[in-house]
Every structure is written in structure tokens, then in C-alpha cells.
Design a protein around this ligand. Structure first.
Ligand code: DX5
Ligand code: ZN
Length: 222
């Protein structure tokens, strides 16, 4: 099947003044997928991280056996794939809404040697993932509207996860937004196998304990 659910800490909510230390903390606690949110000020209003930051964290993440899960919330992502692959991405996720050339972009991710992810916003139906299943290594179902951490999970998006799981029993399905120890079991019960969590992990005093709590809750939902 799709394996035990993995919790992927999202660096968006980390303290960037001590990014390396924050990554080490969650990886020591057991995290292996590190979620890296890229925003361009167009697809979503904020600007965040780019390949230079990815490049600076990649050696330590890879040395610890981690997977750099790059989530591109940018328009025309196909133009940036090479740069992120060269900077150390292991997976690159593009949004179905961000380019007229979604299949081309997914193929470009694989050509660059990375796992190809396809993300859908809350209003985008899951059919696009099902139609392109052969080109997709993992789906990312946005459980909030993209752009900001700390928003509550939109429950209707879990229905989409459920439909996607029914259509594609073996697909790796990631959920992103509003995941915490309280919402994680429902995400896993709906069929998610990767749970991105930002503010719930890095927003408090003890990211390692928060990671462990969400990971335990996720296993409880399996
Ligand atoms: C938002 C990003 C998320 C973000 C989630 O668009 O894609 O990865 O970090 O934040 P939380 O976990 O706080 O909802
Ligand atoms: Zn994300």
C-alpha cells in the first residue's frame, strides 16, 4: 500500500534566523520529509524562499536521510524546475492552476531527476490528478487556500482526499494546511499519507514534541 503516514514539517513557520538548527531538531525527532514552500507574489501574494535557501539546507537534510519536498506556489513553474532540482530538491510539486502546461511541467520534474507532485487548490476538482495519474508521483491536496500558514483546515477538502484515495489506492497523497494533532487523524482516515504541518510544529515552544504528537496522532488515524 502507501506505507505509514509521514508528517512533513513545513519550514514556512520556522525561525529563519536559525533554520539549520530547526531542521535538525525535527529530523532528530524523526521527520524525513522536509516541506519547502516557494511563493512568487503572483500565484499567491507572499514572496518566500528560492533555490539559494534550498541549496544551503540540502546537504544537511540529505546527510540525515531526508527528502526535500519542494512546493512551488508560483506561476509557470516549468520555468523554475531545473533551478530547484540543481539546488537539491528531491520532489517538486507544481499546481494544476499555475500553468496551462501541467503535463509538460510534471514531465520536466521527472526529467530533472525529481519525484513529480501535482497540487490542487480547494476549488480544483481531483479529476486533474486522476487524468494525469501516470505522470504523478504524489498528489498534494491543499486543505487551505495557499499563501499563509496558520489557517484552519477546510473540512470539505478531505472529501476530495477520500475520492482521490478511492480512485487511486496506491497514490501518495499529501495534505497541506491546518494540520495539527487534532486534525491529523481525519486526514489519515480520508486517505492522506503525507501530512504537512507548519505552524503546529514551529509555532510553539517545542517543535520536536509537537512533531512527535502529530506523528502519533496520524498513526492513530491509520
Ligand atoms: C501554505 C503552505 C503550507 C503552510 C501550512 O500555502 O503551502 O505548507 O506552511 O501551514 P500550516 O501548517 O500552518 O497550516
Ligand atoms: Zn506547502
Amino acid at each position: 500500500m502507501t506505507g505509514a503516514p509521514l508528517v512533513a514539517p513545513s519550514l514556512l513557520s520556522a525561525d529563519f534566523a536559525r533554520l539549520g538548527e530547526q531542521i535538525a531538531t525535527v529530523m532528530d525527532a524523526g521527520a524525513r520529509w522536509i516541506h519547502f514552500d516557494v511563493m512568487d507574489g503572483h500565484f499567491v501574494p507572499p514572496l518566500t524562499l528560492g533555490p539559494l535557501v534550498l541549496q544551503s539546507i540540502a546537504p544537511a537534510v540529505h546527510e540525515a536521510g531526508g527528502f526535500l519536498d519542494v512546493h512551488l506556489m508560483i506561476e509557470r513553474p516549468e520555468r523554475q524546475i531545473e533551478a530547484f532540482a540543481e539546488a537539491g530538491a528531491d520532489g517538486v510539486t507544481v499546481h494544476a492552476e499555475a500553468t496551462p502546461n501541467v503535463h509538460y511541467a510534471l514531465a520536466a520534474v521527472r526529467d530533472a531527476g525529481c519525484r513529480a507532485g501535482l497540487a490542487v487548490n480547494p476549488a480544483t476538482p481531483e479529476g486533474v490528478v486522476i487524468g494525469l495519474a501516470d505522470a504523478v508521483d504524489h498528489a498534494l491536496v491543499m486543505t487551505i487556500n495557499p499563501g499563509w500558514g496558520g489557517q484552519p483546515l477546510l473540512p470539505f477538502t478531505l472529501e476530495k482526499v477520500r475520492r482521490l484515495r478511492a480512485a487511486l489506492p496506491k497514490l501518495v497523497i499529501e495534505v497541506d494546511g491546518g494540520v495539527d494533532a487534532r486534525t491529523a487523524p481525519g486526514c489519515v482516515a480520508a486517505g492522506a499519507t503525507r501530512l504537512v504541518a507548519g505552524s503546529a510544529i514551529f509555532g510553539g515552544e517545542d517543535p520536536a514534541a509537537a512533531y512527535a504528537e502529530i506523528a502519533a496522532a496520524a498513526i492513530g488515524g491509520a
